[in-house]
Design a protein around this ligand. Structure first.
Ligand code: HEM
Ligand SMILES: *[C@@H]1O[C@H](CO)[C@@H](O)[C@H](O)[C@H]1NC(C)=O
Ligand SMILES: *[C@@H]1O[C@H](CO)[C@@H](O)[C@H](O)[C@H]1NC(C)=O
Length: 524
């Protein structure tokens, strides 16, 4: 019976803690708080629309320009007192991403979780390790030759594979999962750009590719690590259980593939990123060893693979919902191609865009940015707090906690984007004299992040998205499969849960016959 007093003492201590927690959490601005379980039941019941739930909580703070932060009480889940701070206040975001950059690194939890997959690569490091890679990479990303390399990979996948697949689907009246096709396309592009090898996951048979599958598995297992307290995955890893066992197996497949890819580039260097890094030196002046080159490559593949395809999926969805805007987009592309290729619409759909054509598409760029405002590919992002700090709106963040900034909510706040913030209006990105004009306060639009760690691939992503958007919209009109509804997946990337199921209808340009029949006739 000796266990009883100990048990009672523990019970009493736990009750005191939980009561104290309740008192503390009750005062928070945020969703309702219940004793013991805090906001967890609300989080759970809203898990299928988590981003909208966060947005609603932030709106409920009054959504005034000075206060757009709320704290969720998540005992057992969140670190440091079970409090979880989320903000969408542009002033706070600027403070985190730029002003006090050094106080808000990715931090140890994130780095430990991603370490097996990404090592100390640019995406997963802080301080000096990050800065040297950032400088080296930033030089490469401004070169015209890298843009040309991207244009070449995009060009190849569109003319040889995407059009082939879509033409066939249009002719045979079969539905396609457009998101799946786009994910395959951008995966192929980023592999080509990074290590000069196109795995051709986008091809008519839609083959299973062991590398892409294993990479998906590894990413998913890695993200799972972030959802639960870290001792859980560490124990699983130690004993090789569950998701950790999957991760280990997937990492072997990924490692073998990257081994071959880097070895091949050492034999025949090209204009891909790895070949460029092969000519560089690390901090100590030595060339990067093969193992490091592989990790560098994986970091770029992770950063550049899903983001553009997810954005394009939401773009096509918004275009289907807004026919007048679709019309304006098609009209702009037609006007530009008429200037560069002449009056015959068949010539407009024969080749993907070249550089200069893509550069002229201002309204399309606005529509893509407007898509990212409403559906940012990375909807929530977070940073670690090194020292106690007070955010510009007065919120206290304790050292060792995590502060989340909701990129998704920034775009959906009336106090930030105006009364019409929920509407798809590309024109808000166009200045009076017809130029593309991002908001003056750069922290109102953070889909590409901002500050020293801003996305390196932004220009490449716009180039790629413009080419694909034009290649699809000039040839086809899209319609949703009847009964299909696009839904968000609960994930750190804003995927559509069941893909994007559409039918393609040949489009008639300039009053002539439809372009697919025409293209088929010319190639016959
Ligand atoms: C629509 C497309 C894209 C979006 C919305 C996007 C968004 C982002 C965001 C939000 C981050 C910050 C992530 C974080 O630190 O937590 C980021 C970082 C990064 N992105 Fe992108 N990205 C896109 C496309 C690309 C592409 C195509 C590439 C490569 C070719 C790329 C390369 C990178 C790299 C290297 C970083 C890490 C920068 C650093 O930590 O210093 N991105 N991107
Ligand atoms: C990926 O995960 C699935 C189950 O989620 C599993 O069946 C498959 O074997 C895994 N693939 C690899 C390459 O690890
Ligand atoms: C795309 O490829 C075709 C054939 O190789 C070429 O004629 C065309 O100029 C390329 N376009 C771009 C933008 O590279």
């Amino acid at each position: 019976m000796e266990a009883l007093p100990i048990f009672s003492a523990l019970f009493a201590a736990a009750s005191v803690y939980l009561f104290w927690f309740y008192l503390l959490a009750r005062k928070l601005t945020g969703p309702s708080v219940w004793p013991v379980v805090g906001s967890i039941p609300f989080l759970f019941s809203n898990r299928k629309q988590i981003h909208d739930w966060i947005t609603n909580n932030l709106r409920a703070t009054g959504g005034s320009a000075t206060y757009q932060t709320c704290t969720l009480a998540l005992p057992f889940l969140a670190r440091r007192q079970g409090l979880f701070t989320v903000t969408c206040n542009p002033k706070n975001i600027e403070h985190i991403l730029r002003t006090r950059f050094d106080n808000y690194p990715k931090g140890p939890t994130y780095q430990a979780a991603f370490h097996d997959l990404l090592g100390e690569g640019i995406f997963n490091s802080d301080g000096e390790t990050w800065l040297t890679q950032r400088k080296t990479a930033a030089l490469e990303f401004t070169t015209r030759t890298l843009r040309q390399a991207m244009a070449r990979w995009v060009n190849r996948t569109i003319r040889n594979r995407l059009w082939f697949i879509l033409d066939k689907a249009a002719r045979d009246h079969i539905a396609v999962d457009l998101q799946d096709l786009l994910l395959r396309l951008t995966f192929d592009n980023i592999c080509g750009l990074t290590f000069g090898k196109d795995p051709e996951t986008l091809s008519p048979e839609l083959p299973d590719n062991p590398f892409s599958k294993a990479f998906d598995n590894a990413t998913e297992a890695t993200l799972k690590r972030l959802l639960y307290p870290s001792f859980l995955w560490r124990i699983q890893k130690l004993f090789g259980l569950g998701a950790e066992r999957q991760l280990e197996k997937s990492l072997e497949v990924v490692g073998d593939y990257m081994n071959d890819a880097v070895a091949a580039r050492k034999l025949t260097p090209s204009d891909d990123l790895i070949s460029r890094f092969m000519n560089k030196r690390d901090i100590d002046g030595n060339p990067f060893p093969s193992a490091v080159l592989q990790r560098i490559a994986l970091n770029f593949v992770l950063a550049g693979r899903d983001t553009s395809s997810v954005a394009l999926s939401w773009f096509f969805h918004l275009v289907m919902e807004n026919p007048q805007i679709e019309e304006k987009i098609v009209a702009e592309i037609s006007t530009v191609l008429k200037q560069t290729r002449g009056d015959d619409p068949r010539l407009w759909v024969k080749e993907p865009l070249v550089f200069d054509e893509a550069d002229k598409l201002v309204y399309l760029k606005a529509a893509l940015s407007e898509t990212l405002r409403l559906y940012p590919s990375v909807p929530e992002d977070f940073k670690y707090v090194v020292n106690d700090d007070i955010l510009p709106d007065g919120t206290f963040v304790p050292a060792g906690s995590t502060v989340t900034y909701s990129i998704y909510s920034v775009g959906r706040m009336k106090s930030i984007w105006g009364e019409d913030c929920m509407e798809f209006k590309p024109d808000r990105w166009i200045s009076a004299d017809g130029k593309f004009e991002p908001p003056k306060d750069g922290y109102k639009f953070v889909a590409f992040n901002a500050g020293p760690r801003t996305c390196l691939g932004k220009d490449l992503a716009y180039l790629q998205m413009k080419s694909v958007a034009s290649a699809v919209l000039l040839r086809y009109r899209l319609s949703l499969v009847p009964g299909f509804r696009a839904q968000q997946k609960m994930s750190l990337t804003l995927f559509m849960k069941d893909g994007l199921q559409v039918y393609l209808h040949p489009r008639k340009l300039g009053g002539g016959p439809d372009q697919v029949t025409q293209a088929a006739a010319t190639s016959a």
